[in-house]
Design a binder for this molecule. Sequence first.
Ligand code: ATP
Ligand code: MG
Length: 375
Amino acid sequence: MYLQLNSVIVDADATNRQEMANFLGQFGVSVMSQLPSLEMLPAMLSRSDAPQLVIINLDPNAREMMKKVAHLPRQHQQVSFFLMSQVLDPDLLMEAMHAGVREFIPLPMTEAKFSSALERVAQQYGMGKRAKMIHIIPTMGGCGSTTVACNVAAALAKHGKTALIDLDLIRGGVASYFDVRPRYTIADVMESTSTVDRQLLDNALTIHQGSTLAILARPELPEDTQRVTVQGVSRLLGVMGRMFDYVVVDSTMSIDPIYTSTIQASDVNVIVMQLNVPSARNTERFVGALRRMGIESSKIRVIVNRFEKKGWDIEPSEVERALGLKIAWMVPNDFKNAIGAINFGEPVVLRTPRAEMSVSLRELAGTFNGRAGHN
Ligand SMILES: Nc1ncnc2c1ncn2[C@@H]1O[C@H](COP(=O)(O)OP(=O)(O)OP(=O)(O)O)[C@@H](O)[C@H]1O
Ligand SMILES: [Mg+2]
């Protein structure tokens, strides 16, 4: 069973076709075929594996082309048609509407409008995004982002179907924090030509027995990180977003395209810092970058890890002033339980659920799930 929308692109211009195919790939839509004209389209629409979406560029002869496509939406009512044109003439729009065209996209198109149109189609086919996507970003080595990611994911797994993806591709430690040995990794679900289907993904996910959390580990060989692509990651997040209630990503502080697209796809970007100068500086730098990328403040959450009640290098209020953001959460310092959990291969929320650190992490998870973290 495919969890992806299949599409066909019709465009007279080869460069446009390729651009559109790349663009759709980023939204997790697979392209069955790119056609230069309408000629082959009816045959494709009659196949048993017909695409759910057809995107037609009417230009350069928009009116003429409109006449040729007008009968198709009625004949193939299970298919959504998107028409595009630089010509924005009311008659043309009316004609498209009467023909039963789902979306008319004026060119040049706006990415945001196009993606919401895609989301509407995905929803219609029961493939709408479902998961809350939580992206966890460290601001310095060892600040505790993997600890936060693993514990938040383990706690959320009690409330809904949850996956944890290790996107710290070289150094990531998620599999060992849960003491699981994955057979497949994120590098194995990247193939850009084939669609990601459920079976392939099911094989690649390792289920942690104690929590039922589904883990997608980083590649074993550092060389294999080269197989991880931005298109592959975007498609993966799209598909996993339809399979799970929560998708947690343990990440790194980067604006490489793989991470930029993850930042954009996420409902919350959680920035993990400690109350010291280097970490606070990096937090400020990265929050600045997120803002310049157009990420709204409501999607950015700064949390302090290893909080000590007595004494810190810098005042929390100073950090908040510099960031123009409130610190959303503070996880207490608890060296003994934190290191014990890592050595044992089980997150603190599972191993020592009563510890102050575990209560804090569970309640933090509760803020993502919309409920209090009592369990
Ligand atoms: N709240 C905490 N109290 C005490 N120790 C902690 C806490 N959180 C994490 N640690 C410890 O800090 C160390 C680093 O944690 P972790 O691996 O989660 O950090 P990270 O930011 O993912 O590091 P990396 O840069 O390696 O990815 C570990 O030894 C862990 O036990
Ligand atoms: Mg880490």
